[in-house]
Design a protein around this ligand. Structure first.
Ligand code: KG4
Ligand code: ZN
Length: 338
């Protein structure tokens, strides 16, 4: 089987998921094992870096073993080993990098360092077999909010990003003050279904035409002020309305700026990725606006929106065929840019 296909084994340990995956020719997932640390970090209300590193050390080898087993292959059958080397938590990244180096060295296979943000974009190649660049990508995760013109498989142009909080970070922080568990994004998404998105007008920052930058910290402060003022006046708060109104403010800006950037790039496709791409309101509003402006729009299924190694394997495959391999000096770059 698989003789002529190029199989990539990839590892992802940049934050709080330990994941390993085998992907064929950058497009077909043979396995995608994700060991989530969410229950471990939940009691702290967010990711504790030191605990994340320790959990990755415990999990990384069993997760790799399971990924190879689920794919029905041995390490010798892989063409290359890919690994996320940034951006992310330095200790967490180093665990994946050390493991990937050891596997590549032992099996005498090329090592490929992958940018986590590029990986998020490539999740869409796994979900949509016909999808090809060029397109406009919106990456919305817990750490990033970026608009990227993807001109080719190895050619990216960053148009703009957030000046302060990432969209997912704003979701998590607002959820936390509302007493919802970490990660807050999915909780707000669910609660917002019961609320009125027009109940409270929260600010839409940097919504001027032509700016590809985002800012969510003012919005987060506006929600905190709203809740504090209500508490001081002993007013009861409709949390579903707060969730729906906050979410509407985030989504409106994301959707408008994404469609505007797509127009400017002259592409006909919009690709969304990262944890916040799983948001139901973003999916419906951005799909509606993009389609009415004449764009095809792509969202990965939820499991490929949040962190996973399959997207890293897809990205690694295209670097591998482009000749972009790393050596055993590959190091973690916590602030790695696109
Ligand atoms: O991509 P990801 O798994 O990790 C990073 O690279 O940051 O994204 C995690 C982020 C968290 O902030 C989480 O709250 C958010 O994605 N998220 C969501 C939803 N699902 C996950 N935000 C809004 N709505 C969702 N349904
Ligand atoms: Zn991510």
């Amino acid at each position: 089987m698989n003789k002529e296909k190029k199989l990539i084994l990839a590892l992802e340990t940049s934050c709080d998921e330990t994941s390993a995956s085998v992907v064929a020719d950058g497009r077909a997932i043979l396995s995608n094992v994700i060991s989530s640390q969410v229950p471990v970090h939940q009691k702290f209300g967010g990711v504790v870096p030191e605990i994340a590193s320790r959990k990755h050390i415990e999990n990384v080898i069993p997760v790799v073993d399971k990924a190879l087993q689920d794919a029905g292959i041995t390490l010798q059958e892989v063409a290359a080993v890919g690994v996320t080397y940034g951006p992310g938590l330095v200790g967490a990244l180093l665990v994946g990098i050390a493991a990937a180096k050891a596997l590549a060295f032992a099996a005498q296979k090329p090592l490929i360092g992958v940018n986590h943000l590029e990986g998020h974009i490539f999740a869409n190649f796994l979900a949509y077999q016909e999808l090809e660049p060029p397109f406009l990508a919106l990456v919305v995760s817990g750490g990033h909010t970026s608009l990227v013109h993807v001109q080719g498989y190895n050619q990216f142009h960053l148009l703009g990003q957030t000046r302060d909080d990432a969209a997912g970070e704003a979701f998590d922080k607002v959820a936390r003050v509302m007493g919802l568990p970490y990660p807050g994004g999915p909780q707000i998404d669910k609660l917002a279904l019961l609320g009125n998105p027009e109940a409270i007008h929260f600010p839409r920052a940097l919504s001027t035409h032509g700016s590809h930058e985002f800012s969510f910290s003012g919005l987060k402060s506006a929600v905190l002020n709203y809740l504090n003022t209500a508490a001081q006046h002993r007013q009861t708060v409709n949390y579903a309305d707060v969730a729906a109104s906050f979410q509407a403010a985030v989504v409106e800006v994301l959707a408008a700026k994404t469609v505007e950037a797509a127009k400017e790039c002259g592409v006909d496709k919009i690709v969304v990725s990262g944890g916040v791409a799983a948001n139901s309101c973003l999916q419906s509003i951005l799909s509606r606006e993009a389609v009415s402006a004449g764009y095809a729009v792509y969202f990965p299924p939820s499991v490929l929106c949040t962190d996973n190694a399959a997207m890293i394997a897809s990205r690694a495959y295209y670097k591998f065929v482009g000749g972009f391999t790393a050596d055993l000096h590959l190091n973690a770059v916590p602030g790695l840019k696109l």
